[in-house]
Every structure is written in C-alpha cells, then in structure tokens.
Design a protein around this ligand. Structure first.
Ligand SMILES: [Zn+2]
Length: 114
C-alpha cells in the first residue's frame, strides 16, 4: 500500500469523528458553525465541503457508512482498489473522494447502466 494512503486514512478518521459527533447531538444545529473550517487551510477543505454537503443532503448516518466502509477497506488492505474491476483507483480521485470504492471507469459504466 502506497505510503501516501496514510494521509487519506487520517482524513477519513477525522471525518468519521465529526460525523459521529453530529449524529450523537441531534438538533444541535450541526450545520451552523460560524468559523468552522477556517482552520483547514490545506487542499482537503474542498473534500470536506463535499462531505458536509453530502451529509446535509443524505444524512450523517449515510455518510458515516461510506466513511466506515472505506476505513474497513484500510483494515482489509484493499483500500484504493476498485470493488468492481479490482484495478487501482486513480490517486486524484481518492484525494477528492477518500471514501470512494469505485474507479472512474466503473462509475461511468454504472452511470450508463442506470
Ligand atoms: Zn473499476
């Protein structure tokens, strides 16, 4: 496993902690946090904005499931491998969507099918 995957795991663990906190505090206005995110000055900000949008749209528990399954793939040693075709998922894609389990080609194929 490429060493750089470690930084993705760190992001996933951090996101998981945030989601768990959000789920455990229903009605606390998790989406309204003035200044939240300002400390994340690196290029991960966009990813977490996407994750936040995802959690607002589909519910934090769904997001948590995605993050959990990604972390499970780390434990299994299969992280970064497409669940469909078994090829390595593109690094740029993993950096953008750390919890993804499909490569670009398979996502396109699924989109054509559906
Ligand atoms: Zn694939």
């Amino acid at each position: 496993m490429p060493r750089a995957y470690g930084e993705l795991k760190t992001k996933l663990v951090a996101e998981r902690a945030r989601l768990v906190e959000e789920i455990q505090q229903p009605g606390s206005g998790g989406e309204e946090r003035p200044g939240y995110g300002n400390h994340m000055a690196d290029d991960a900000t966009g990813v977490f904005e996407q994750m936040r949008n995802l959690s607002l749209r589909d519910g934090s528990e769904d997001s948590l499931r995605l993050v959990d399954s990604a972390l499970a793939r780390f434990e299994a040693g299969t992280y970064g491998t497409c669940e469909d075709c078994g090829q390595n998922i593109e690094w740029g894609r993993l950096k953008t969507l750390p919890y993804t389990s499909l490569c670009v080609e398979c996502v396109r194929r699924h989109e054509r099918v559906s």
